[in-house]
Write a protein that binds this ligand. Structure first.
Ligand code: 4AD
Ligand code: MG
Length: 432
């Protein structure tokens, strides 16, 4: 058999004989010719099979090939302007590797629950593959952003002794005989310690929230990238967040236009994501909501619908800062000029996608932090190590967390985060 090549590289082999190793996506026949759409994970290509080229026996076998049969196909690459990839293969020979009977996901419409029950197969669909490729690009763009700016990747633990983001969304895990561990909600607290050691750091891993809400933005397991900087204030945090978002969007536009096209994404909306992002206070945001007729009172946290309305006012992400301290986490620094608000920021994505980033400046003062831990009824013992950061050379510092799935949903233009990760974990879903 000829050299094995990947479909994404097929353009380099025009006129040559090659071998493709993949699966049958689709087949149609016109009596004397079979058209097989073959996919190999890197793309799709049409393989054209005529009786005269392959002989009677193979031609008859091809009559019965069913969806997702794995096969190896050899033939000559031919440029064809009508083909979506620009090329077709004139088949000389093929071999079945593994049969596939009654593949459960057919080109007809299936309900989303049906598809999620078969997520391990659903990811073979073109649209799902494309989304996962964009996810991959976003993750690489994030890593490159921090790695080229002097940030050190410092991993934070997944088993933790206490809550970071409120005690109502903790997942407990039995930790040997005596202790309960909790799956991490955020690496932030450890990131703060790492920043005091290494200056600028980030962690990037799975995080867990026992969210009982069924929304299009919530998963129980999601991936978060969290940078943290020593000697930084709220403005530094906002500038970093803006730089990251601009850089990630530009990278996807540069490298994944083909994928965005398959998703029918309106890329003009993404082109608009340029610096500077508007920075508005929580107070201003409340004014906007009231002007738009929402029954919102100063002091509450924004819900999904509020964020949708706010983010729809701007053509690029908007940064909302200085939320009421009461609705924010215990570690946020109160504004010295106005202690009832905290020096925190949320970045809301445009087109109604809502919060993609949350962060801010941390409370660096030992006594104030102790008071907050008490107010929030958190177990002080579990936070002794965190308090040490305020005892030994405390400095102004801050950072944020960006949820990868929400960013993927926004950039791909998806209705729900469930399609942004290979195996979504939600209130009612732990299978497959
Ligand atoms: O705003 P959050 O809760 O902030 C933190 O966890 C901070 N400790 C981060 C930090 O400052 N280092 O979460 C940050 C982001 C949100 O903006 C959102 O994008 C995502 O994480 N996120 C979720 N994504 C999917 N499903 C959920 N249940 C999410 N909860 C938060
Ligand atoms: Mg938040």
């Amino acid at each position: 058999m000829a050299t094995h090549v990947y479909i994404e590289d097929i353009g380099q082999y025009a006129g040559q004989e090659v071998t493709i190793k993949g699966w049958l996506h689709n087949r149609r026949s016109s009596g004397k010719i079979h058209f097989l759409t073959v996919r190999d994970g890197t793309g799709f290509i049409q393989a054209v099979l005529s009786k005269s080229a392959v002989g009677d026996e193979l031609f008859t076998t091809a009559d019965h090939l069913s969806q997702e049969t794995s096969l190896v196909v050899s033939g000559v690459v031919r440029a064809d302007a009508r083909a979506p990839s620009g090329y077709e293969i004139d088949v000389k020979y093929f071999e079945v590797v593994g049969k596939s009977h009654d593949y459960p996901i057919t080109p007809k419409e299936h309900g989303v629950d049906y598809l999620l029950d078969r997520r391990h197969l659903w990811i073979r669909a073109e649209r799902q593959q494309v989304i996962l490729r964009v996810r991959h690009e976003i993750i690489n763009a994030v890593r490159d952003f921090f790695n080229t700016r002097g940030f050190i990747l410092a991993d934070t633990p997944i088993f933790t002794p206490a809550a970071c983001e409120g005690t109502t969304t903790l997942f407990p895990a039995q930790y040997f005989d005596e202790q309960t561990a909790y799956l991490t909600q955020s690496g932030q607290l450890y990131n703060e310690a790492n920043a005091m050691a290494l200056g600028r750091v980030y962690c990037f891993g799975p995080t867990f929230r026992a969210e009982k809400s069924k929304t299009r933005r919530h998963l129980t397991e999601f991936w978060m990238v969290e940078p943290e900087m020593a000697y930084a204030d709220l403005n530094d945090v906002m500038t970093l967040a803006e730089g990251l978002v601009v850089s990630v969007v530009a990278r996807v536009l540069d490298k994944r236009r083909g994928e965005l096209k398959v998703l029918e994404r309106d890329t003009s909306k993404l082109e608009a994501v340029q610096s500077p992002f508007p920075r508005i206070s929580y107070d201003d945001a409340v004014k906007i909501l009231k002007e738009k007729g929402l029954p919102f009172e100063w002091g509450g946290d924004f819900g999904g619908p509020d964020e949708t309305v706010l983010s729809a006012q701007f053509d690029r992400p908007v940064m909302v800062h200085r939320y009421p301290s009461k609705v924010k986490a215990f570690y946020m620094k109160p504004d010295p000029d106005r202690p009832e608000v905290a020096l925190g920021v949320d970045v809301l994505a445009p087109e109604g996608y809502g919060e993609i980033i949350g962060g801010g400046e941390r409370l660096a003062d030992l006594d104030l932090l102790l008071a907050r831990i008490e107010e929030h009824k958190l177990p002080k013992d579990a936070f002794e190590w965190y308090l040490d950061l305020r005892r030994y050379g405390s400095v102004p510092h801050g950072g944020f967390g960006m949820g990868i799935e929400r960013v993927v949903a926004w950039i791909c233009g998806l209705e729900h985060v469930r399609e942004t990760i290979p195996y979504p974990r939600m209130l009612n879903r732990l299978y497959p």
